[in-house]
Design a binder for this molecule. Structure first.
Ligand SMILES: Cc1cc2nc3c(=O)[nH]c(=O)nc-3n(C[C@H](O)[C@H](O)[C@H](O)COP(=O)(O)OP(=O)(O)OC[C@H]3O[C@@H](n4cnc5c(N)ncnc54)[C@H](O)[C@@H]3O)c2cc1C
Length: 389
């Protein structure tokens, strides 16, 4: 039987970040980072919209993203002078109708208190800032002057993976199929190959599959895969000042090089767990909902050329659409870092560091993540994020 002091299940951005910060915090023991899909063809990390924002509704989420922003600013010092993730700091523009104005204003207050450079503007100011925008039905918009934008998810993941190679982390290619529990502690992880790894700590970084991985240890975690489609299109007009725009309908659009990507607006009543193999983009959603809405909001998008599309899975926390970070209160050597519900790419470094601090120092040192703890799940006490895109 193989042995590892720490086993991390899932080697994409969350698992890699945890391993990276364990070493940064001085953990010298053995780490096995287990990944079933070594090219990350189906991971949320590589299928995401790869964007970062400050515009959340609760301070803790803003702090997690601000930590990552600091890491972006510090990339070369941390990962070497060739480190580049193509960060385009173009902002988010979140639009609200009259019905959503109060929430937008409230969120803006929270963001300002956290030092985020977000401005709130009415329809006229928005139109003169972005003349291509139709502000009909818009009561207000919140626009990020700094600290928001998009980047290359593959390059970002590769930076962490490359750093791990120099930090003696064992990359194990395999699928975890079982977790043995002895005297209330997770003790052995079994792979579908039959191989077993004895361990002192198990960390669940399995993204949309985290609910199933928790169940292997007999634990309940309300995280399931929810399919989200992303559509690429071309348009004749290019708007170099265009932020990531979120319409009141929930539909988002942003430039991606010479094209645009768009998504959002999955119907609430039909939103349910996706089959683990279902990566088929929802084309009717684009044709019947997204495109007509976009053409109304940005008249230049009435004539577009649709391109390719893909679908990924949100690591969706059905209780409150927020991360679950920290140990299980009764199985203290089983840690969760799951349920980011569409904002995990940008929060992975902060969450990874938080888990590393707990394991190495026994307490959070950089950002207090206690509010994200599993206790709220056990007590059915939602800690809700309102800005889910
Ligand atoms: C369409 C879309 C758009 C998104 N846009 C954004 C965005 O703009 N900004 C943002 O911050 N976030 C965004 N997200 C969310 C973000 O991608 C995720 O929250 C984040 O990538 C989660 O990282 P992860 O490492 O936990 O999960 P994943 O990237 O899914 O990685 C989990 C890994 O665990 C592995 N695994 C699972 N089960 C097992 C097992 N039993 N054995 C071994 N390995 C296993 C998987 O193969 C996978 O590689 C988006 C997601 C989607 C789908």
């Amino acid at each position: 039987m193989a042995k590892a002091d720490i086993v991390i299940i899932g080697g994409a951005i969350v698992g890699s970040s945890i391993a990276y910060f364990l070493r940064e915090e001085g953990f010298a023991g053995s780490i096995a980072l287990i990944e079933r899909d070594p090219h990350f063809t189906c991971s949320s990390t590589t299928l995401s919209a790869a964007s970062i924002r400050q515009q959340f509704s609760i301070p803790q989420n803003i702090r997690l993203s601000q930590f990552t922003l600091g890491l972006f600013r510090d990339l070369k010092a941390r990962f070497g002078k060739d480190a580049d993730i193509g960060f385009r700091e173009k902002g988010y523009l979140i639009l609200a109708s009259e019905a959503g104005r109060e929430v937008l204003q409230h969120n803006h207050g929270v963001q300002q208190a956290e030092g985020a450079e977000i401005i709130l503007e009415g329809p006229e100011a928005l139109h003169s800032r972005f003349p291509w925008l139709n502000t009909e039905g818009i009561a207000a918009g919140a626009y990020g002057l700094k600290g928001e934008g998009w980047f290359d998810a593959h390059a970002y993941l590769n930076l962490f993976r490359r750093a791990l190679r120099e930090r003696k982390v064992d990359f194990v290619a395999g699928t975890v199929s079982g977790i043995a529990v002895t005297n209330g502690q997770a003790t052995t992880v079994t792979l579908s190959s039959g191989e077993t790894i004895e361990t002192g700590v198990v960390i669940n970084a399995a993204g949309p599959n985290a609910g199933r991985v928790a169940a292997m240890a007999g634990l309940s975690l309300p995280v399931e895969p929810r399919k989200r489609s992303v559509f690429v299109f071309e348009a004749k007009d290019r708007f170099d000042d265009m932020p990531l725009l979120v319409d009141p309908s929930g539909i988002y659009v942003r430039p991606e090089g010479s094209v645009y990507i768009t998504g959002g607006a999955e119907p609430h009543d039909a939103d349910k767990a996706a089959g683990p193999e279902d990566f088929e983009p929802d084309w009717p959603l684009f044709e019947e909902v997204i495109w007509p809405t976009l053409a109304g909001r940005i008249p230049a998008f009435e004539a577009i050329r649709p391109g390719r599309a893909w679908a990924g899975h949100y690591d969706y926390n059905t209780l409150d659409q927020n991360a679950v970070i920290g140990p299980h209160p009764d199985m203290r050597n089983f840690f969760f870092c799951n349920g980011f519900s569409g904002h995990g790419l940008q929060q992975a470094p902060a969450a990874g560091r938080a888990i590393a601090e707990l394991i190495v120092h026994g307490a959070y040192r950089t950002i207090d993540c206690a509010a994200f703890g599993y206790e709220r799940i056990a007590e059915n006490r939602p800690f809700r994020e309102l800005n889910i895109i």
